[in-house]
Design a protein around this ligand. Structure first.
Ligand code: SME
Length: 161
């Protein structure tokens, strides 16, 4: 299989609709969590501008453990009471942070990060982990990004057996 990079076009919601289609196609028929997380991180990182880190943390029953990602090496374990990722996992609510320096307890894995979007991954009642996106640009993420990434997170969760 070879993956042809397709440029996203139109408004932001239209671009996310195309990205969701690409994600669905990429994950079709594959239930492996690591494989799908790895391919999704690469798809997202290369499809849209201004990211320095895109990836997954998985909940091991106690804390979040880094999974497949694109970007610089990252913190391995994040307790649920720490960081933007911990907040998303603990509250099960997406965290959209315009300025990470203003977020109490933000964990600076990559000093280039200025804003962050973290989507919790919850299947049924179970916390699977989080999808974490970092940008070197302040306020990189708006409501369209949040809705688009929540949709992609849902596609990932649907792929799991
Ligand atoms: N900034 C995150 C830590 C993970 S890295 O961004 C990859 C946080 O505060 O939870």
């Amino acid at each position: 299989m070879s993956f042809a990079h397709q440029t996203l076009t139109g408004s932001k919601p239209e671009q996310y609709a195309q990205l969701a289609d690409q994600a669905r196609a990429l994950l079709a028929g594959e239930p492996d969590r690591i494989a799908n997380a790895a391919n999704l991180a690469a798809l997202i990182y290369h499809a849209l501008p201004d990211f320095n880190w895109v990836g997954f943390y998985f909940f091991d029953g106690r804390e979040l453990v880094v999974g497949p990602f694109q970007g610089l090496p990252a913190c391995v374990r994040i307790p649920l009471d720490k960081g933007v990722c911990g907040a998303a996992a603990r509250t099960r609510q997406t965290q959209r942070v315009d300025d990470v320096d203003a977020f109490p307890g933000h964990i600076a894995c990559d000093s280039a990060s200025r804003s962050e979007l973290v989507v919790p991954l919850v299947k049924g009642d179970d916390l699977v982990g989080v999808l974490d996106l970092d940008s070197p640009r302040l306020a990189r993420f708006d409501a369209d990004d949040q809705a688009g990434m929540e949709r992609i997170a849902a596609i990932f969760l649907d792929s799991l057996t």
